[in-house]
Write a protein that binds this ligand. Sequence first.
Ligand SMILES: Nc1nc2c(ncn2[C@@H]2O[C@H](COP(=O)(O)OP(=O)(O)O)[C@@H](O)[C@H]2O)c(=O)[nH]1
Ligand SMILES: [Mg+2]
Ligand SMILES: [Zn+2]
Ligand SMILES: [Zn+2]
Length: 1637
Amino acid sequence: MTETTPTMEEISDAESFVDCEELEDTPSTLCSDSKGDFQQTDASGKAPYNENLNQVSEEPKNKKTSKTVQTSAHTRTQLEGLLEDLGLERHYTEKLSLSTILQIDEKTITDEPAKCNSDLPWYFLKKLMMVNVVARNVKCTSVCESNCDAASEKTELNFDDLFNGPHSGDMLNPLDIITALFLCSDGFVQQEMALKMSMCQFAVPLLLPNCDSKQCTLMLWALRDVVKKYRPQSLSESKGFIENRIVVSELPMISFVRLGECSLSKSEILNMLLNNTQQYHNTFVHCNLECGDSPRRISNGLAEITWYLPCGNKNMDVFSEPVAVANLRGDIASFETQFSFLCQTSEAVFVFFDNLDSECKLLINQNHKAQIFLVGNYQSQRFSVDALKKVATELHLTNSNILLKANHMNDADFVKKLQNTIRDVVENSKMKMGIEKMADIAHELGIRVDEDCSECQTAKKNADAITTEIQDIFSYKEAQLPLQGQIWKDLTCLEKEEFRLRNVGSKDIEKYKSDLQLQKTKLRKKQNSYDMSNAMSCFIKAISSPGIERCYFLKWMRMNLDNLSREKLSGLREQYKKKYKENKEEIKDIDRQLSNSSLGTEHFFREMGQIYEASLSLPETDPSRQQLQHLPRLCAQLLLDGFPIELVDGDASNIPLRWVSDVLSQLNDLVCPKNKILVVTVLGVQSTGKSTLLNTMFGVQFAVSSGRCTRGAFMLLIRINEDLKKALNCDFMVIIDTEGLKSQELAQLANSHEHDNELATLVVGLSDITIINIAMENSTEMKDILQIVVHAFLRMKEVGKKPKCQFVHQNVSDVSAHEKNLRDRKLLLEQLNEMTQAAAKMEKKEENKSFTDVMEYSPDTGNWYIPGLWNGNPPMAPVNAGYSEAVYELKKTIIQTLVSCESSANKILDFTEWMKSLWNAIKHENFIFSFRNSLVADAYMRLCTEFNKWEWEFKKEMYTWMTNAETKISNFGTVALESEISDMEKYLLLLKSEACTVLSKWETKILENLEQYFKQTEGHVYLVEGYREDFANSAKTFRREMKNSVFYQLEVAADIRRGMAGIDRIKEKHTKELEGRVCTLIEECRGKKVEMTDNELDEEFDKMWNRTVNELSFPELKATNIITSVSHCLRDNLSHKGSYVCELLSQKSLEHCGLVPFKYTAEGFSNKCKKTFDKFLKVFNIEEHVRALEKIADSIIDACTQVVTDKMKRTNNYHDTYIQEILHMIDERLKNNQDVKSIEIEFEVSLKQHICGDAVRQFQKMQKDFLHENDPYRCLSQNKEKFRADFKDLFNEQDQCQKKAEEFTECCFRPAVEDFVNRSLGPDITGEMQTSFEFSTRMFFQYSILLDLLSKKNYVKYLKYIRSYEKYVKEWILDRIVEHLSNGSKMFEFEDKHLQSSIRSINNAINKAKTEKSGNLKTFVKNVCQELGDKLVISQDALGAFMILNNADQEQFAHWLTECVKDMEHTLREKFKETNIQMILQALHVKPQNELFIKLIGCGKQCPFCEAPCEAGGKEHKEHCTSLHRPEGLGMAKWDGTGKLVTDICTSLVISDGCFQCNATKSEWHPYKSYTDIFPDWRIAPDKSLEASDYWKYVLAKFNNEIADIYNLKPADIPETWKKVTDKQAEASLKESFNIK
Ligand SMILES: Nc1nc2c(ncn2[C@@H]2O[C@H](COP(=O)(O)OP(=O)(O)O)[C@@H](O)[C@H]2O)c(=O)[nH]1
Ligand SMILES: [Mg+2]
Ligand SMILES: [Zn+2]
Ligand SMILES: [Zn+2]
């Protein structure tokens, strides 16, 4: 083709680089002269390639032709072609943005090699963003494989293949990829690429060519973010350093260009030039690098730049002063503009050439400021000495300006020679110019500058307008950002004090709190009094600008401020270093100045947050408040753009909660429904490379050792790509970086440790994975950090969150690290265990013994060893590839862990909730006890509701079973129950064992349900994992109680049956006897063979009746001596309490007990007290004690009376089981109250006597009634008329069928059916009521009662609720039931359901009996009864009376019976429709009000201080808790001196320094703070938000006088802020307390 085509010899020439350079610099380029219709030419611009469109002509034998590239000049340009190959064509117009390139996708974790060309840019970016120095080694495996793996290679000998090797024809040159990516990226991606490239010590683009438009661009903006540190010779003594933004640093620049052909590899020589012998690194891509020999398609004309920066060590530094080095790709003949630019900006230009001839014009014509050096290769065959001479003379060059690679000179010598020349140039440099300055020259030459775009310029103007105002940072902040200064710090103090109450002293707590609130309001007012500062309005205006301009603005701001801080801080740092070991005070002062002098964009956002928060205290309609409404959305938008936002303000150590929540809520709106997030956090000592780690891992931009000393936490958002969303179950990853932990500078400040703790607890609490960064060098700080972290983890475990953690050990590069550090890891674990124990002790959670108790951690998989960041000696060291790779492994593990743990990702709003609740808890000192979280509460509530459902299903089934069993017992020994067992005891045993089976089955079922429940991934069930055992125990307890209750009921039923059996026998005997007599009488009368009148028959019957009655014996039914019985039971019950009790019991007979209302004198008690502790009496108020006991007594008496009344209604005989039940109940209740009040034995005895005495009388009456009712004589007489009628019928042989059927229905069926309905209704109603919100859980129940009270606004009701809680609740429940059932026809439906079911059973029984065809009516009836034996209890009395004197025909009877049953159904239905609810409730066996009460009263415990009822779910909870405590005054507490009601609330008391004393403390004073010592099973969580107790504040404030009146005390001093609570706020607080949305 042309002379440039090398011959075979040249190819096989050992000096391969000659060839390479040629390749490097001789790709096809486009002619610039012919516009529009481009022609392809080779480098020399001569012969155009004869290129066939769309057809790749590959001739492997000829390297030259192989680099001909697939192009289609007519349809697509060179650039378009390449972009298409790379799959980037879309992005040429639609530029790549950071949030796109940083998103996490499947490729992040699969690590697949690039398969095709279009993978390459992403592959490069992925590696580059992780600052991996191998990023430029991009090539697709498919191309490589197809060439290398050809089977022929292994089997054949083919010299062609050996000589030619795999060609790189369709592989892409890395420079093309880089150029393409720069062309397709927006300014921010460009900046990021340049930054990461410079960290890799890659040369970065200075002039970016566009081979289509022939334009090139100066990459000023792209390089703006590069900051470099170095130490010039002058500072090597003082160990100082210079840190500066590279574009503004004025450095001499040396440029390297090529003219025409050149056999020297310019780039390779440059690399050698810039490296000292210790570290070799390829700054520039050259032809001996992977794909470096591929032809360049679009990157000619690219000028790259790099910097040589000294480290201050003479032996290592190549140049002792910094120097910029530029390298122009391509022939200057084709890129004159670029060449001119370099000539005008460089100190020197080195022109590489082989052959100079006509091109000298190019050199001569230059109007250059730079010195020209000619670099030629004398070894080249084309080298022409004549031409060189000519040019040198024309340019007036001296010997020193001409560098030739002479014969026998090797590369090293040649490079040395070059270095020396450059050193000379640099040392005498006169032309120092920053890149920023080059912009002017660029403009002159018609070169575009990337900052020219209007968005960037406007943004710059806006940013400069703000930052140029800044003279002294400290005073600037005071003037322009006043809200975040002292006011915000004071506010923070007040806020924390509100929670911590450290300085309350002896003041009235609630008043103190109210005062704090007023002070806060005042400060907010003060904040509002500032007009918005000029800076802030500019700032807000600027960030309100559309998309890209805003980004530019923020970047400008960030850079400008960084520049400022860097200047200001370096001075202070100097001072600091000097003073370091001297004066503590001065250091503190410098520290403060350091902190005061830092100013970043975060300060502006902080101010925005404060302005916003302050505005919220203005009325909603206030225009200045409304003006600021949009700020959160603005910030949310920024977050979405990947901008980091401050979460914790480390200076004040506080979170502006409203602001951050509102921002997050706006964010939620923006992304909804894609709002699931996972959180990754890093913790570790200051300046140990945490930010660097995160930046490397995610390609983000957290501030790295920015020279500012900040503290706090920043978060940013990374998108998850669609392909990974499902596996990760989330849409965004939130990354949180922490700053300033254990920082030396900040350690001097007060509360430093506390602040560290707060920060760590928060971020650990928020994260799904916490990376703990450990740099082994500073082990004491590390220990501190570990301690803090362990503490945080422990706390999280206690609140139900289990974050995962990864320990990262930095600066460990040995490959054997993992192996060798086995011992270290063991040591670490030991340390962690120790710390866990220490932390557990502090938090009073000693059950945590080892670190693994606190969290899942395996020493083997939870540790990462990461080599040092730099490969060699900075500043010239690139990032260590090992570092990048190790970080990548960590990243993959983190993501995979998140994938595999299937954690239910949080929604953004859940995150907000966590943040709020964690922070509020952190503000308290006692974190664990202070933690309350609506997510936990929500999950707990759900679990309770679910558990209640299971429990109720269980109970309902037991009721059904029980009803059935009772029926069977009632029918035992009668015709209705045919059982093989004739002994009641045995039968009872059988039933009991059956009951046990059913109970066990249910227990297992509940436990299984529980198990299943915790397996689900939704609903945050893991948060209530800690309660699982409570509920399992509750299920067990429930079963136990259920068993006792069932057994008890069975016993009672059996007792009753036994009692009835005797009576039934007597009655039966009597009836039998009478039947016989009546039959005889009929015989007699018939024998007379005369017609007998009705009267005569009557007479005969009467005679017979009287005779018989006289002859029959009517044994008097024995009445038990109830007094003796009950006394015996009582004695039995108290027998284990010692002889003193016996004595007490003997003192008073039960007859005399319970006659007057219960009164307790506490005589014995006060006597004892007088004897034992004298001083105790002074502080201990007997009166109060007695009153409290009486209150307990009242509630117990109430409950017992209720039981007795219920028993009375059943009209049964007395049984000892009754009194035993009552005594048992008293014991239970006393036990419940034991821990609140010490209960003397005298009290117990006296109370039991009172109750038993009363019960005795009731039971006596009951027995009397029973005996009367069942008196055999009476019963017989009752039936006299029936007998008479039957007698007559029989005598007259009248058909009895219809009559008997009516009688049977009326006397046997109807009562049985009604009884059945009554027994079945109770569970139905209970079940129905439980479906309503207010009865579904204890919490909702409390909420509903309190809400109802609030709406009634009646203090009497309040007092009743407070003083007689149980009674009030019972009545309330009953009211609700009546109300609920009065509306609609639910009640009737239930009744009808059971009615129908009974009728169905009856009809079935009749039909079945009919088929048996016994022909005997008695057998028929018996069969019917038997069939119904386990459903209906048919009165034996009535049945007996029915059976005798019965001659009815079976079939006729059956017919009539069916008819009668129909009628009965009808009548009963009518009756049901009419009866009112209250009547029905009265008649029920299972009383829904009692059932609900038992369920909702729960464990029955009340707060030991304010008596608010416990609301915990299940029965066996470890801790009692209540959502809403109340001012103690409501419970009659008064101040000793003044007699005024007390306003204190438990929730504040338990965090105050106050003390309490009561019986449980043995009347010693005990600090409230450690109330758990005394009441270990109570958990009194401090106010969630400080507004939560508004409800009771409102009530007390409103009814202060009335309540005081009734208590006969003085009204409380109501704190100011309480008076301002409105009823709306009270209601809102109620909702908040009970977590009702
Ligand atoms: N020598 C060395 N320096 C590191 C390493 N990791 C980070 N650095 C440097 O340490 C400084 C502080 O890093 P930075 O990430 O800001 O630390 P942070 O305060 O923990 O976030 C930066 O200048 C980093 O370049 C490392 O592994 N080795
Ligand atoms: Mg950091
Ligand atoms: Zn309380
Ligand atoms: Zn409880």
